[in-house]
Design a protein around this ligand. Structure first.
Ligand code: PMP
Length: 378
């Protein structure tokens, strides 16, 4: 039985070009990018190429790019360094942010910083009036993700930027799930600081980035060396940077094609599921959404039970964020959308990528149909 991987929002398989670039760097680039000799310079040029490829892939040529250890680190760095840099910090984030934003905001609140968590409605849409009131009350930084990892909802951050800037606050956006799924144009978006990760779209894990609009600054989370102009100490991960460059180039060249293909695949997959199963609910926004993500709930079936049963049938899916998997609590995202605990526990996330074939989605729909019918009978 071939296994079918439908958990790309947790992580994705490496693109062949990424694997080649990383292998080449591992085998032939021994130097430290901070060393002045030629081995060092060879490593340095890989890191600088990666930085430029990131800027190109998100439409931010000439903007400052800081390489980090992933989106979790990038998010922590933005929020924590803001508090150190600003006189009266006041941070607002949406109730559906990834734990690497929302939990940091909660921690900062416990440490005495003024914070607020902006509610969403049943479709996951932000309460803009609440946000405006927080801005009027002196908010200095607003963090709203570009796309949600569990529901796939898009957040139209560009539309929020004007309001946020009107009150002199900064807009930070976590683009982890959007990168490689739809085009990102940082320059025109109005976002001041963007968080990026690359492993949801064929890139390496354990490397991420921050893109900073001219004039925006972040401090370091850690003390140590002067790498990344003092903003991220520690020896650069050169093989990961080589892989990042390849992933960013692939995204730059192909994201529009991937977006169209995945959109088509998503709608065919839904049709096939409708043929296989009488009744299920689609959660989240059905228009303003990622092309690769479907959050579904099946009547009277617990999401964890379905996940386990599908795993035995060779289909890998998720019942929430991988970062909170294993927790008995339902996802904070679905609770924030107003579902009660039992209802929230029924959510299952299906997510795929550009190399997922239509045939494997069709086979997955068949297997999902069989498992749902079996669990419904129980
Ligand atoms: N933000 C979002 C929206 C995510 O989906 C994830 C990955 N689950 C992260 C941040 C964390 O990314 P990383 O694994 O690079 O730390």
């Amino acid at each position: 039985m071939d296994r079918i991987y439908l958990d790309w929002n947790a992580t994705s398989p490496l693109l062949p070009s990424v694997q080649d670039a990383m292998t080449e760097a591992l085998e032939s680039v021994p130097g430290n990018a901070s060393s002045v000799h030629q081995h060092g310079q060879q490593a340095r040029s890989i890191v600088e190429r990666a930085r430029r490829a990131v800027a190109d892939a998100v439409g931010a040529p000439g903007q400052s790019v800081v390489l980090t250890g992933g989106a979790t680190e990038s998010n922590n760095q933005v929020l924590r360094s803001h508090v150190r840099r600003v006189d009266d910090p006041h941070i607002v984030c949406s109730a559906v942010e990834h734990p690497s934003v929302i939990e940091v905001v909660e921690q900062l609140g416990e440490e005495g910083v003024e914070v607020a968590i902006c509610p969403v409605d049943e479709a996951g849409r932000l309460d803009r009036e609440y946000l405006r009131d927080e801005l009027k009350a002196g908010a200095t930084l607003v963090s709203v993700m570009w796309a949600n990892n569990e529901m796939g909802n898009l957040y139209q951050v560009g539309e929020l930027a004007d309001m946020i800037h009107e009150y002199g606050a900064l807009l930070h956006s976590d683009t982890t799930q959007a990168f490689g799924r739809l085009p990102i144009d940082f320059e025109s978006s109005g976002v001041d600081i963007a968080t990026l990760s690359f492993h949801k779209t064929g890139g390496p894990k354990g490397i991420g980035a921050l893109v900073l609009r001219e004039g925006c600054k972040v401090g370091s989370l850690m003390a140590g060396g002067h790498q990344e102009r003092g903003r991220r100490p520690g020896t650069e991960n050169v093989p990961a940077a080589a892989g990042l460059e390849a992933a960013a180039q692939a995204v730059d060249e192909q994201v529009e094609t991937w977006q169209q293909e995945m959109k088509q695949q998503r709608s065919t997959f839904l049709e096939q599921l409708r043929e296989a199963i009488d009744d299920f609910e689609i959660r989240g926004h059905t228009e303003q959404c990622l092309p690769n993500t479907l959050n579904l709930a099946f009547p009277d079936i617990d999401g964890e039970d379905l996940l386990m049963a599908l795993d035995l049938e060779g289909v890998s899916v998720s019942s929430g964020s991988a970062c909170t998997a294993g927790s008995l609590e339902p996802s904070h995202v679905i609770l924030a959308m107003g579902y009660d605990h039992d209802d929230a526990r029924r959510s299952v996330r299906f997510s795929f990528g550009p190399s997922t074939s239509q045939a494997s989605l069709e086979e997955a729909a068949d297997r999902i149909g069989r498992v749902v019918r079996r669990l419904s009978n129980i």
